[in-house]
Design a protein around this ligand. Sequence first.
Ligand code: PMT
Length: 216
Amino acid sequence: MRLLITAGPTREHIDPVRFISNRSTGKMGFALAERAAARGHTVTLIAGPVALATPAAVRRLDVVSAAEMLDAVRAELPAADALIMCAAVADWRPRSIHPVKLKKREMSATLELEPNPDILLTVKPAKEGRLFVGFAAETGDPLAEARRKLESKGLDLMVANDVSQPGAGFATDTNRVTLLAPGAPAERLPLMSKRDVADRILDRLQTLAETEKKRD
Ligand code: PMT
């Protein structure tokens, strides 16, 4: 398959030196790209700002903001059979970006924000026969929220992360996830390395692709 994978955070700049972002390191998305390429898939990896080396045989495109990530996903989607949105996209961005560093005395105590576009929802009309996989990093009731996002974003598979669990979520080398698909029972995976989680996700993706093929 030709896989389009996003990884890492996005950065929403206030001025050239300050930004809003989150704790994503890109480890989960890069593990997916690495395992997918090792399994013989053709992989394009759209990466937010991270400090990781590009996995072997992976084509990497670097972006900074959610708007740039959306542009890259739009441009690359026509050549992909599946999109895996592992990136932690910032939900909000400053209403304006100052072209030069703001002096402390020029700044106000409040920052005016506007919502970023939802990448999955924006490209949903171009989904056609492609498989879409999402991730949800949640605390509290992760499965209910992940199932809601699976349905509202029209996904084929959702990877639910309870990021309040030790060893799971942001910045760790391990993860503990539950795989949710429409009409299928939840597949709860134990704590394992992000590479092994990647393999389990890719196994499910392959099964979904085979089911789609039989339907055609
Ligand atoms: O990078 P690591 O340090 O290894 O950490 C991995 C991770 C915790 C970032 C990853 O496993 C993960 O859970 N990524 C999703 C983070 C998240 O909380 O997503 P969300 O619930 O905000 O969004 C749900 C889905 O919609 C995601 O697939 C997201 O990529 C997508 N999305 C979100 C916002 C937006 N504007 N556009 C989107 O397409």
